[in-house]
Design a protein around this ligand. Structure first.
Ligand SMILES: Nc1ncnc2c1ncn2[C@@H]1O[C@H](COP(=O)(O)OP(=O)(O)OP(=O)(O)O)[C@@H](O)[C@H]1O
Ligand code: NI
Length: 438
């Protein structure tokens, strides 16, 4: 497999063509590496998405050329340690990255035949069959999709409620936005006008009282009940501050479901909850997903949750997707030592006394200046070799299982004789500082 067409420049993320060259050569029949146009059953196809934060300390590469497909009716798990770029990826999908952050490259193809029809032939908007690259549509249209098309359950429930509006009104508003969008699917303008209330107070718009219909309020009560909030008829009139963290988390899930979105992005939706409720909520998500045919991106630290719920999985490390594929293939034919490490840290249900083995070392800072151009996991990797000082291209493990990995072990066995000496990283860093780039 040739590495030839590969640009060494990290900025190659902005130049999909060059960085894809090597990947294309490794592709098998099943289109394992998501580099081409979105497939017909992909609700969402992300290509080479990069998001950076431009801070005083320097440029932080929070999301580094991430690509994946979200299929219709599937749950895609995104897993990785703290700081691996999961939340920033989620925010990037819905265009909610805030300054000093910015999406610097990539495509976010969303399947929406009406939208595609509306923009087909326009110059600035990229359309591919039924898919539209959301990065190229006007920002107002992008916002209008939040709710009826995309919903996000954020890690921090406080951030998605306005403290001065009752929980019920905010959920009812999400119901109304969805109803308007459904009533008028072809008109982007009507959606855009509908946008702005409920959870979109992120943009500082506050709905007036009595804005929501009784019908939507009834639906809000129903949704609160569904997510396990006791006495929903009463709680619906309370303010977010009157809810405990766990209750608010559930209310946020109700709010996200109110829009009946095509795509639900759930960022650690149950971290704040106790184990019983956690299981309840996850069951609820699965049920609703099956009932409504929704696609879910489920972000979690917990590979156990992934194993239970997901069809497909993306493993993130240091801003990159390092291994991805169907659950079975990634769990059974694991290639990346990082994935192996995460799997090793799942509690063994059959043997509760089994020790957890967290991966030694820490996630790198993601500061561009400190990242270099090699496998980012190499300095924690029990199988690091000399070749890991070069950036590994994504290789196909099993095309049929959509299983790809960024690791040299994809096509060679680990040989302890090749083990990398500990001081090689410093030597490599020194060489990079000396400016050996081409
Ligand atoms: N507002 C910000 N300003 C600067 N850097 C940021 C900002 N938000 C995120 N980052 C950086 O982006 C990186 C990825 O963060 P992210 O929140 O996506 O990680 P995560 O995988 O979701 O972690 P966790 O599991 O803890 O939620 C972090 O290392 C952080 O340094
Ligand atoms: Ni996060």
């Amino acid at each position: 497999m040739s590495d030839a067409g590969r640009s060494d420049d990290r900025a190659a993320a902005t130049d999909g063509g060059a960085s894809d060259a090597a990947v294309t050569e490794t592709r098998g029949v099943g289109d394992a590496t998501p580099t081409g146009a979105p497939g017909a059953d992909d609700v969402l196809s992300v290509r080479d998405l990069s998001t950076r934060f431009f801070t005083e300390e320097g440029q932080i590469n929070a999301v580094e050329s991430v690509s994946f497909d979200l299929r219709e009716d599937e749950i895609l798990g995104v897993v990785g340690e703290s700081g691996s770029g999961k939340s920033v990826t989620a925010l990037s999908l819905v265009d909610l990255v805030e300054t000093p952050g910015r999406i610097t490259a990539g495509e976010v193809w969303y399947r929406d035949p009406d939208l595609a029809e509306e923009f087909r032939g326009t110059e600035a908007v990229r359309v591919d069959d039924d898919h539209v690259d959301l990065r190229t549509v006007p920002p107002g249209v992008r916002r209008s999709l939040r709710g009826p098309s995309f919903s996000v359950i954020f890690q921090d429930p406080m951030s998605s409620f306005n403290p001065s509006i009752t929980v019920g009104e905010q959920i009812a508003e999400a119901v109304e936005v969805q109803r308007r969008a459904r009533a008028n699917p072809r008109s982007t303008r009507s959606r855009t006008q509908g946008y702005g209330l409920g959870k979109y107070l992120l943009d500082g718009i506050v709905p007036g009282r009595d804005y929501t219909s009784e019908e939507s309020m009834d639906r809000a009560v129903e949704l609160l009940g569904q997510v396990g909030i006791p006495d929903p008829e009463e709680r619906v009139d309370e303010y977010p501050g009157q809810f405990s963290g766990g209750m608010l988390q559930r209310a946020m899930i109700a709010q996200a479901l109110a829009g009946e979105p095509d795509v639900l992005i759930a960022d650690e939706p149950t971290t704040a909850l106790d184990v019983t409720i956690q299981a309840q909520i996850l069951n609820l998500l699965t049920e609703i997903q099956e009932e409504r045919g929704m696609s879910i991106v489920l972000i979690t630290h917990d590979l156990g949750v992934i194993a239970e719920m997901c069809d497909r999985v993306c493993v993130m490390y240091a801003g990159e997707v390092v291994e991805r594929g169907t659950l079975d293939s990634v769990f059974e034919d694991t290639v990346h030592p990082y994935t192996q490490g995460l799997l090793g840290s799942i509690p063994d249900v059959d043997d509760p006394r089994a020790r957890l083995e967290p991966i030694a070392g820490n996630v790198p800072s993601l500061l561009d200046a400190e990242m270099g151009d090699r496998c980012y996991f190499a300095d924690r990797c029990p199988k690091a070799m000399e070749s890991c000082l070069d950036k590994p291209p994504e290789a196909t493990v099993d095309a049929a299982a959509d299983h790809g990995v960024k690791c040299v072990l994809a096509d060679r066995e680990y040989d302890p004789a090749d083990a990398l000496a500990d001081d090689r990283f410093e030597a490599d860093a020194a060489a990079t500082d000396g400016g050996d780039g081409e």
